[in-house]
Design a protein around this ligand. Structure first.
Ligand code: NAP
Length: 336
């Protein structure tokens, strides 16, 4: 390890083995990971956060966040996340960029008490006493012909990133959840017309978003319908849509296809180390502890009911506190 931590003090293991063993490594820099970073850094735990892209997670793709308390007029996703990052770094959180490819428990046959865990990124190994998994989730794909081929050439998973490319054009949005409806509303600022294609006859999105979407004159709906194919030579030209009730097929001409059909958790790198549900979400107890001692999970990668910035932050704080108690116990620190 070339860099020296600014606030982190070497722990006992470090001194013995002359290598850095972090108190905690957080994997993922969305609201859950950054909140865990704020709490652990304030508790003066030497903490490294590993982020594969830009800190902020999926929240930076959100134009405006209206339901994070404290901002009556809402706050732009990137702004909120930048503030969280600044807050964490100010308390001493260290951030390293790279994709985590493996997490493992160090096997030391001579030292059964060795609780060191190993996190691998960019072919480097980092050692730590505790791990907080906050790796979030990413957009699900439709899995239809044309989707992969025309990705970036009309097929998109991020309205905030790509909407300006579709000024005065016709767009379809696939999905009926909060993301699809929020993004469809945002897209109307640029597009001439937005058709929402949803597989049922009612939306899943929260009521206030439904009120707005039904009142928006640029938006129309293809209910009970699924996209079966995305067509186009160089760029998207149309989508084939099938009505699930009548089996009728129709072609909708469009320049853009925005897909918002849910998320898949970023948990593949865990490779069976931790117990997951059938969809790959991490199972934890109420204190964010996973099936492995010293490894915690929070945010969208965790199996739970409500996926919001505010719940991610709450879980990040809980995971950090539980991890802190575990680390202090390992180091023989007592509150008594
Ligand atoms: P979601 O709530 O899982 O909704 C996914 C939507 O896509 C559903 O309407 C679903 O239809 C549809 N769908 C799923 N698979 C499909 C397929 N293969 N083909 C066609 N349609 C398909 O996902 P999300 O909207 O991305 O939201 C994820 C989480 O983040 C949710 O908990 C949401 O509340 C939260 N979120 C919150 C906010 C906010 O509070 N402002 C904003 C964005 C997201 P069905 O309805 O038939 O299942």
């Amino acid at each position: 390890m070339s860099e020296v931590l600014t606030q982190a003090k070497p722990n006992d293991k470090e001194r013995n083995k002359e290598e850095i063993i972090y108190d905690a490594i957080i994997i993922g820099g969305g609201p859950a990971g950054l909140t865990a970073g704020i709490y652990l850094s304030r508790a003066r735990m030497s903490t490294l956060l590993i982020e594969k892209a830009l800190p902020g997670g999926q929240a930076i793709l959100t134009e405006i966040i209206e339901n994070y308390p404290g901002f009556p007029l809402g706050i732009a996703g990137p702004e909120l996340m930048q503030k969280m990052e600044e807050q964490a770094v100010q308390f001493g959180l260290k951030i390293e960029y790279g994709e985590t490819t493996e997490v493992k428990i160090k096997e030391d046959k001579e030292d059964k008490e060795d609780k060191v865990k190993i996190v691998k990124i960019n072919n480097k190994e980092y050692k730590t006493l505790a791990i907080i998994l906050a790796s979030g989730a990413e957009a699900s794909k439709l899995g239809v012909p044309g989707e992969e081929e025309l990705r970036g050439r009309g097929v998109s998973y991020c309205a905030t990133c790509d909407a300006p490319f579709f000024k005065d054009q016709k767009i379809v949005v696939v999905g009926g959840g909060d993301t699809a409806i929020e993004e469809a509303l945002y897209l109307t600022k640029f597009a001439q017309e937005v058709t929402i294609i949803h597989r049922r006859d009612r939306l899943r999105a929260t009521k206030i978003l439904q009120e707005r979407v039904f009142a928006n004159k640029k938006i129309n709906f293809a209910w009970d319908s699924v996209v079966t194919k995305i067509l186009g030579k160089e760029k998207v030209e149309s989508v084939l849509v099938q009505n699930k009730k009548t089996y009728e097929e129709k072609e909708i001409s469009c320049h853009g296809v925005f897909v918002f059909v849910g998320n898949i958790p970023n948990s593949k790198f865990l490779n069976k180390l931790i117990k997951l549900d059938e969809k790959g979400y991490i199972l934890t107890d109420d204190n964010m502890m996973t099936s492995q001692e010293g490894i915690y999970a929070c945010g969208d990668v965790r199996k739970k009911l409500l996926r919001q910035v505010v719940t991610a932050c709450g879980e990040g704080a809980t995971a950090a506190f539980t991890a802190q108690k575990y680390i202090e116990e390992l180091k023989g620190v007592s509150y008594k």
